[in-house]
Ligand binder design. Structure first.
Ligand SMILES: [Zn+2]
Length: 326
């Protein structure tokens, strides 16, 4: 068995950019495929990489911003027709992600909403999202089987909310094992991404090694603890200075510093986590022409004694065999 990391898309933020797909990664464990976030273009990137939708077992959402979830619809519905074997429908694609927050976050004088959308459930969680996708596409799911051989739509997907222990006063939330079948173990912690609560990071452990996905976060002790000794840390990166020089005002920059880890900080995170390789992803700015890969890697790697790699769409890493689960 091998474990392979593959980056499907590496762009931050919802706005499409030329030359970089939205944030999405996969971990391929033997024949099984796990997807982490479903940003723009993820289903197309999935087939471009030669992956088989029949092997898609589960999707893990780090948080419910659209740049991480927008193409979940396609990831579920486009390959529906092939989700069957000789015995009937394949096992449902499991979609793990944050539960409903305890309360809808409020804003302040500078940043606030005008209209509260869907006030009866203004902050749906992952299970709600999956249920809404199925309900919103009920026409397709109910009518398509009348004209084509389609697997039972009732077996297509299951949403699963991840609940983390309540935050102890001033303390970090503990890690929670959300998936474990003796081959793959997935552990989640809460990270800090502005008002996007809950936001999660994930660690995958297999016999081949360990890969951690930061999600979107500021420098976060829970993430650093989660990532201890991992082979690979896939970490988001932002260059707030660049944004400041290109028109982002001070109020928004201050807010963004509460959302993201800056390029000047991420090497320190990797060093404290003692990972072997830091792979950059979820670039802000997302435009590949803004900052070169070499520049991202050089700046991000400062303070980190391991290997720093500027991730790009399609990057692969095969994890070594014969490593023991920690
Ligand atoms: Zn994001």
């Amino acid at each position: 068995m091998t474990t392979e990391l593959l980056l499907l898309g590496t762009a931050a933020a919802p706005m499409p950019v030329v030359g970089r797909r939205g944030i999405s990664s996969t971990l391929i464990v033997g024949e099984r495929v796990f997807v982490i976030d479903c940003g723009r273009g993820a289903p197309s990137a999935f087939v471009d990489a030669g992956l088989d939708f029949r092997r898609l077992e589960a999707v893990f959402l780090t948080h419910l911003h659209a740049d991480h979830t927008g193409d979940l619809v396609g990831m579920l519905l486009y390959p529906w027709g092939v989700r069957a074997g000789e015995e009937g429908p394949l096992a449902p694609i499991r979609v793990y992600g944050p539960s409903r927050p305890e309360a809808l976050p409020s804003g302040d004088a500078i940043f606030h909403r005008e209209t509260t959308i869907h006030p009866e459930l203004p902050a749906p969680g992952t299970t709600d999202l999956v249920r809404s996708i199925v309900a919103g596409y009920a026409y397709h799911l109910n009518v398509m089987p009348l004209d084509s051989h389609m697997p039972d739509a009732g077996q297509l997907v299951r949403g699963i909310d991840i609940s983390l222990p309540r935050r102890a006063e001033g303390g970090a939330r503990g890690a929670v094992v959300v998936f474990d079948d003796d081959v793959v173990r997935v552990t989640a912690v809460a990270v800090t991404h502005g008002r996007a609560v809950p936001a999660l990071a994930y660690r995958f452990d297999t016999r081949d090694g360990s890969v951690v996905f930061s999600g979107d976060t500021t420098v976060n002790d829970s993430l650093i603890a989660l990532a201890q000794g991992a082979d690979i840390l896939v970490h988001q990166v932002a260059d707030l200075g660049y944004l400041g020089r290109h028109g982002t005002d001070d109020a928004e920059l201050k807010r963004m510093a509460a959302l993201h880890t800056d390029v000047s900080e991420v090497g320190g995170v990797a060093e404290r986590a003692r990972v072997r390789e830091l792979i950059l992803s979820h670039y802000l700015p997302a435009d590949p022409g803004a900052i070169t890969d070499a520049e991202w890697a050089r700046r991000a790697g400062q303070g980190f004694s391991g290997t720093t790699t500027a991730g790009r769409d399609g990057l692969r890493r095969l994890l070594p065999r014969d490593r023991r689960m920690p």
